[in-house]
Every structure is written in structure tokens, then in C-alpha cells.
Write a protein that binds this ligand. Sequence first.
Ligand SMILES: NC(=O)c1ccc[n+]([C@@H]2O[C@H](COP(=O)([O-])OP(=O)(O)OC[C@H]3O[C@@H](n4cnc5c(N)ncnc54)[C@H](OP(=O)(O)O)[C@@H]3O)[C@@H](O)[C@H]2O)c1
Length: 341
Amino acid sequence: MAAELIVDSLAGLLPASLRRRFMWRPTLGDMGDLFGRVYIVTGGSSGVGFQVVKWLAASNATVILATHNMPGARKAIRDIQRDLPSVTQRQVRPMFLDQTSILSINKFAVDFKGLGLPLHGLVNAAGEAMGPAGPGADGLLPSHTLVTNYYGPFLLTHLLMEVLTASAPSRVVNVCSALGELAGTVDWGDLSGANLKDSDPLAAYNASKRMLSMFTRELAVRCRGTGTDVFAVHPGFAATNLWHKSLHRYPASRLFNVVEEWFAQHPYYGALPALYALSEPKLQGRGGLYIGPPLMLPLVLHTNVGDYWQGESRSDESCSRLYDATVKLLAGIVHVAGPSG
Ligand SMILES: NC(=O)c1ccc[n+]([C@@H]2O[C@H](COP(=O)([O-])OP(=O)(O)OC[C@H]3O[C@@H](n4cnc5c(N)ncnc54)[C@H](OP(=O)(O)O)[C@@H]3O)[C@@H](O)[C@H]2O)c1
């Protein structure tokens, strides 16, 4: 945190245009007044998602906090209201969504549509690292991590696409990961993740994030001209609960704690790329960008718009193939209708 204070102080000396271009940090003014605009943020009870919810609420937006932990969400809302007393109960509403369950995702989409609200932004921030072995909560797909981090956001986005395009201009922001780009692989012979369910949990995380970034890139292409822009973001290395939920089982956890203590940034900074992708007017019509800090400089360049797609995510053919295969796989389980049918 000390390093962040120094960087912030030095940044104050830069001209506003340079600061905004390279070090965008939202203030109420930067985000504009989002009154009347509606956002869904998954995983909004903690970490990066929580910061996204908080800053959207600070800018007068209505936010649906999609969570599988209702007590945690209520506490998160109380924490926001403690810091921002003007935020009302109507403005930030918790709604149940278990992203490891295809059935729960379906129900969430039906319940949200039942509210009759528009939807100007969907942030897929919920995720798990090194989650439990075995299938998703409803047993419909074999890998818990792959459902939570890939099939879940894929399905949720598609079920909400009609509302997003009807509410355009609107945006979809998928929280990806540098690990996915650097180490994630797609097993084309096992897209449902049957082999991943018993494999090294880190491999499942990396694969899920690789597939999420390929989906993001392809969806951005398919949404061109609809008024809905789709972005990938990564938060850099942020000090959140993500790894702590499971890492304590492993001997390397102590080393990780030390590395995190020294190098990870506050989740507020980790949320900046997502907030930027959601609200920056200059990004209108520029879907398909991957926004986040350069890997080694998260403290300095929070919202660099880089070309982070690596490996198979750079292949238009692979992204399109994975997208079609995913629609087919999910269609066997639930009815899926994307922007291209
Ligand atoms: N932290 C980093 O350095 C980093 C780096 C790259 C990418 N990311 C990505 O950033 C995103 C946010 O993670 P974070 O770092 O902020 O960690 P986090 O605090 O653990 O946030 C993840 C959120 O997802 C929720 N979640 C987990 N499983 C869910 C499910 N089945 N249904 C609904 N919600 C579920 C969690 O709720 P509960 O806590 O109640 O389970 C939590 O609120 C993740 O997608 C992660 O992969 C993080």
C-alpha cells in the first residue's frame, strides 16, 4: 500500500490528460453520473467484484450483486453503505446466482428479466481458483472449476444478451487472467472437462481462463454493430480471497502469502480495468480489447489497453470453433441463444 501511495502522489503531478490515459483511477467525476443505468456484477461480495459494485453505486448506478452467498452479499452492501451513506438498498440489490449450477444460472436470468429492468453492463467477475474436484453443483458438467469460470459466464451472458442489446449502448466485461494467457490450454477432445475434474486444480483454472478469454474475443466479434461492446480485463495481481480459500491445503501457501504481502495490490486497483472497460466513453464501439496492467507494472499502469491475447486466444479460427462447440454442448443441457443464433 505504501508503494501505491507514492505512485498516487507522483501521479498527482502529471497533467490530467496523461494521468487519465495511463493511470485511470475512477473518481465520481470520471465515472460520470450513472443514474438510471443498471449493471449486474457476479462475485460482487468480495475482492475485485466488490470494488466494481462499490464504485458503480458511488456513481448512482443500480447494481444487481449476483452472489451464491447471500449473507456475504448483505454484509458487502452494509460495508458499502458504511463508506458511502448515500447508497440506498434499492440501488444495490443482492440476487442469488450459483455459477457452478446451470439450473441456477437459468433461474437467475429468468428472475432478472422478471424485474423488467434494462441492462447496461454485465461484469463476469465471479470465479474460483483451485476449486473442489468433481462436477458443478447440479452435476450437469464434470468440472466444478470449468463450470464456474467458463461455462457459467458463457451461459449467463447469452441468456442476458437480448436485454443487453435492447438496452444498448451496453457492455460485457469478462474478468480473465494472465495465467490463462500464459499457461491455459484447451483440450479439444474433452471440452466438457471430464479429465480436468481430477487433474491438477491449477491446470483447471488456467484452462478455464483461457477458454473465457477466447469466448470474450469471439463474442466481441459477433456483437459488432449491435451496440453491445465486449471486453476482456485482468486485474493484475490483487490481494483477494481467491487463492486463500484452497491454497492453505498446500505447502506452498506460506511462500504465496509472503509474495502476496510484498507484490499484490489492493483489490480497488484490481477493479480499475473493469471499471474503465465499463464506463470509458472512448471505448464505445471498440469491443474486443483486453484491458489491464502490464504484468510487471500493476502499480503504475492500471488500465493499459494492451494486446494481451496470447497463444490460442490469438487464433480467430480457434475462438470461433470453441464458441460454436460451447453453444452446442450447452444446448444439449439448456436452450442457448446467442447473438448469432
Ligand atoms: N486476484 C487476482 O490476482 C486475480 C488475477 C487474475 C484474475 N482474477 C480473477 O478476478 C475475479 C475475481 O476474483 P478475486 O480475485 O476478486 O477473488 P474473490 O474475492 O475470491 O472473488 C471471487 C468471487 O466469486 C464468487 N464466487 C465463487 N464461486 C461462485 C459461484 N459458484 N457462484 C457465484 N459466485 C461465486 C466468490 O464468492 P464467495 O467468496 O462467497 O465464494 C467471490 O465473491 C476472478 O474471476 C479471478 O479469476 C483475479
